[in-house]
Design a protein around this ligand. Sequence first.
Ligand code: SF4
Length: 429
Amino acid sequence: MSADKNVIKEESMIIQKEMISRNYDAITSKMETGRKMASTFVPGNLNELVRCFDMLNNLPEINAIQAGMRKLTGGYIMEAEKGGHSEDVCTYVKADIGQLGKGNIAPNGKPYPDPDVLLLSYTGCYTFMKWFELLREQYKCPTVMIHVPYQGDGHWTMNMRDYIVKQLKEEVIPTFEKISGVKFDIDRLREMMALSAKAEDDLVWVIETAKHKPSPIDAYFGAVYYVGPIFSAFRGTQEAVDYYKVLKKEIQYRIDNKMGPITPEGEMKEQKYRIVVEGPPNWTNFREFWKMFYDEGAVVVASSYSKVGGTYDMGFRHDPKNPLESLAEYCLGCYTNRNLPTRVEILEKYINDYEADGLLTNSIKSCNSFSAGQLMMMREVEKRTGKPGAFIETDLVDPRYFSAANVKNRLESYFQMIEQKRRGVKSAA
Ligand code: SF4
């Protein structure tokens, strides 16, 4: 471990930081290297397929998160609002669009190059479509949209899967061949899929370690780092596989020594509350937000957000034997593509499997895809599990909507409520 600006950084964090910075260097130097680049979204991303054509994968949501954590998004959002984007629009979109008006600078200080293709795998969030309509106007590059049928009935069918495979074969692959000049090689795709599955196995091992008491990980704030390589540009690479090897070793050490997660404030030693969290985190005040949990001894043992880039803990793996079919299944199974009753079942299962004290919903002001129905979901989970829920409101990358005092108050009363409930159960027994 090394200390940097008073934050403890484990080896896996340093490795990941280097991976991300190498990726940004590859993106910003694409004009010199001649590599082509696709812009695409995290849920439903086809990273292996993009890489199969030697292309780079640029993810606007990840860029917005990076800018949010560096507290740049407030200015970008104002810029987008000046241009007529309403206050209710997803702030990832406004951060991305506003950034274009402010030099479009990547975290390495160099300008983002224009994408060669926009690849939209539509997985349940309508904003994805609107976002790429705006980018298409801006970049005037080819756009491929894969229509992923919504799991309205809570499951997908073979017809749905075949419909996506057809689009991959008839739309996506020919477009990628034309843009990249590289012929599609299914065996190369299979090799990448095998690496994906290996890393996905390891990721599931990592997130399920939260079943231990004490939990050696934080499955919301900490999980943001743990899911990073698989949810961004590294699924299907040896780099991701190597990263998880190091991460597993660190976590195994903590399990063996009955240690808690390593947070920016240090190891979380006392774990008074085990919480499941629904909804994405706030990024502009990420460390402050995490510290509120740390100060109260609250560890997050499961979260829905750590499944947005793939629901691997429900058994899905990319499959080298059926590469295109498994890419289709992956898109179908994305969290944003699942209906509300299924999301309730997932959260209920987390409360039970991880022996959690309750469900905390972080309702994101500008993310309709997550926020719609959250209150109903929370009430339903409370009813089914008998565990108390609580509701807080923040935003993704708009600093105007993170009110530290309000969030802290709500959290403190929630933890008191859990205490009271525990006392009630004890005295009744
Ligand atoms: S899922 Fe939410 S955060 Fe993501 S694009 Fe849709 S509205 Fe924005």
